[in-house]
Design a protein around this ligand. Structure first.
Ligand SMILES: [Fe+2]
Length: 666
């Protein structure tokens, strides 16, 4: 289905005068041409790359390496670590090519970097190219260096050398993962939906957790919110407390009165988001800004990521008067269109099909039998972590492949049969796309789960961007359940984390169809695991981003599956695996580090705990359950009273194409 774009490579190569060792990844389908503006910019007033002072200010974050010159010709702007088996992956980014294969020198002490590892580079034809943007605020070449054969749970030191105008990095360090079975307690920072705006407190608390020893961060999708570049030309939602577009921009059609409402003191104007904000008007610059901002974690500990809906394309839906259709399809600025007609080809090629997401990280898909940055797994000590793709590659996935666009006996869809977020598949579909078991991701999950040695990793935690259950009921949740829930329950997965909904919500332990497993509820803050029957579901989507919090609508209510619902605080999760019998989850508020919620999971462990290569088998035992104290604990099985009946009757194609802005602003 995909056609390699030679133009992408040629365009990238032309940026550097020296020989570039890089390849163009991934393939992007260009069956129909992109006909929009060369560089889409959402602020009509200031349609320039670097701004003229009249539009929004361009925010900057420090690059990973401070250049030695005030006028560098190239620079290492981003460094991002990830785990690979028995090693580490070092991903780094520059605006231009290196002219040589990327490499790092490394060793077991900072003063002796006697080893060298080299890797490969890749690039894509980003819009605008870095030749049009400040060198220290732009990434277009992506370098991958792996060091393997390392000792577990060991700190190593490394340095990235200078090449083609870059400045060499300082000597930095990383620590490898603990071997499966190592029974030592550890903590992980789990975060979802963390953009830039509104996330400063959350990120500060995450950095504190890392400084205090968190082994790695796990970000379950919706990363930079780069696709909100055009938000200044969209209307505000009625229930947003403050709405202001921040400039003298004129938008087509009637301007909502709320646009005249001044921002609260001290807040930075954004492009129409609630409570102020600070996104760029350039899709790719939002990625650059966000990646340089999160450097304080990604360069210190592995930062494991997953795809979310905001990684799919340059937009998810149209605005008032269908101004994006007029702009992106017809290259008409400040105009309207009679109907929304965004297609897969409305975005520039580099802003379709999760392209930036595929290039800007490097997860251990191939090392774990999965696929790229989309699905993979890894072990750390007593836990096995499974990253699922909740966006594509299962039946009725929120973003769907071209095959789902076909009508009649077509073999390829007409342009107007596609949708702007169409993506993938990134794995194979062996048969009908309507059947979950035909998907590589689903088959992989079954194999991955079956191969887990629960004596080494008694704890199994899964996460995707999308929740299976929530008090905010949506049709995609049923599709997630159909694809994954049966397998996760069958193999005794202990907890399923997700985001997408911008609040914090902890459910009771749930079995199939959301049946509350009351027998496993010890008290308000303690559950027993119940393999094969139930698992704990947590929606952890309130890290903060320019779309602010989700809240229950006036006609919605908290469902009986939900133990805790926080619609107010931004924050992230701290997961601590104590031993083979207990782990603790804490929801940490970004504002001050308060523990807003705490849950302990207890496991009746009957195996040989910590029998991995580095384990010592000393913590074998069974859980001791605290005396139940909860007064509101249901004592008999309670059926899930929520349901997607109102949404189920509509086809997912119609849903995806609708202008349900509130539902998509997540
Ligand atoms: Fe989302």
């Amino acid at each position: 289905m995909k056609v390699t774009t030679a133009s992408a490579l040629v365009g990238a190569l032309s940026l550097s005068a020296t020989r570039v060792v890089a390849v163009a990844l991934p393939d992007v389908d260009e069956s129909f041409p992109y006909t929009g503006p060369a560089v889409p910019i959402g602020d009509w007033v200031d349609p320039t790359i670097n701004g003229n002072g009249k539009g929004f200010p361009r925010l900057v974050e420090a690059p990973a390496v401070t250049p030695s010159s005030s006028t560098p010709s190239n620079n290492i702007n981003v460094i991002s670590l990830s785990y690979v088996p028995a090693g580490i992956h070092i991903h780094y980014q520059t605006p231009f090519g290196l002219g040589v294969a990327p490499s790092v020198s490394w060793g077991t002490s900072a003063s002796s970097l006697s080893q060298t590892a080299s890797g490969q580079s890749h690039t894509y034809d980003r819009t605008p190219p870095c030749s049009m943007v400040g060198v220290t605020q732009c990434s277009q070449f992506f370098h991958e260096v792996q060091i393997t054969g390392l000792k577990a749970d060991t700190t190593y030191f490394y340095k990235i050398p200078a090449a083609n105008g870059t400045t060499a990095s300082d000597v930095m360090s990383f620590t490898t993962a603990r071997a499966a079975g190592n029974p030592t307690e550890f903590t992980v920072a789990v975060v979802n939906d963390m953009g830039y705006t509104n996330a400063q407190g959350t990120f500060t608390q995450m950095m504190k957790a890392v400084d205090e020893g968190a082994a790695f961060a796990w970000h379950g999708g919706d990363l930079s919110y780069a696709d909100d570049w055009y938000s200044g030309i969209l209307p505000c939602e009625d229930d947003w407390p403050v709405c202001y577009n921040g400039t003298s921009s004129e938008i087509p059609g009637p301007i909502p009165p709320s646009y005249d409402t001044p921002l609260p003191a001290g807040e930075t104007a954004n492009q129409g988001g609630p409570l102020g904000g600070d996104m760029s008007v350039l899709y790719e610059s939002n990625w650059d800004l966000w990646q340089q901002w999160v450097l304080n974690i990604t360069a210190k500990v592995p930062y494991m990521v997953q795809p979310g809906n905001h990684e799919a394309a340059c937009s998810e839906f149209d605005g008032p008067g269908n101004i994006l259709t007029a702009y992106l399809n017809n290259n008409e600025t400040n105009s309207t269109a009679p109907e929304s007609a965004l297609t897969y080809f409305s975005c520039p090629p580099s802003q379709r099909n999760f392209t930036a997401y595929q290039e800007r990280f490097r997860m251990p898909g191939s090392e774990s039998g999965g696929v790229g940055n989309f699905w993979y797994s890894f072990d750390y000590g007593l836990a096995h972590f499974i990253s699922l793709n909740g966006e594509t590659d299962f039946a009725k996935s929120p973003e769907f492949p071209f095959v789902a666009d076909l009508t009649g006996d077509e073999t390829t869809p007409k342009e107007n049969e596609t949708y702007v977020t169409d993506s993938g598949p990134f794995g194979y579909i062996n048969g009908s796309y309507k059947i979950n078991k035909n998907y590589e991701q689903v088959q992989w999950l079954a194999k991955d789960l079956a191969a887990i040695d629960r004596n080494k990793t008694p704890w199994v935690i899964a996460m995707s961007h999308r929740p299976m259950y929530s008090s905010e009921v949506s049709s995609y949740q049923k599709n997630l359940q159909a694809a994954f829930e049966g397998l996760l329950l069958e193999f005794g997965v202990d907890a399923y984390f997700a985001g997408h909904i911008h609040w914090y919500e902890r459910m009771f332990p749930l079995g199939t169809n959301g049946t509350i497993d009351t027998a496993s509820i010890v008290n308000n803050n303690t559950y027993n695991t119940n393999p094969g029957v139930s698992m704990t579901h947590i929606v952890n989507g309130a890290a903060g981003n320019l779309e602010s919090h989700s809240t229950l609508d006036s006609d919605e209510k908290q469902l009986n599956i939900t133990a805790v619902l926080d619609q107010v605080h931004f924050g992230f999760g701290k997961l601590t695996v104590h031993n083979c019998s207990a782990l603790t989850w804490q929801y940490i508020w970004g504002q001050d580090g308060t523990v807003g919620d705490e849950l302990t999971l207890l496991k009746q462990f009957n195996g040989t705990c910590g029998s991995g290569s580095s384990g010592n088998g000393t913590t074998n035992g069974t859980a001791t359950s605290p005396t139940p104290t909860g007064s509101s604990i249901p004592k008999t099985p309670i059926p899930f009273t929520g349901g997607a009946s109102g949404m189920e009757s509509a086809s997912f194609l119609a849903l995806a194409g609708s202008i349900a802005i509130a539902a998509y602003l997540l």
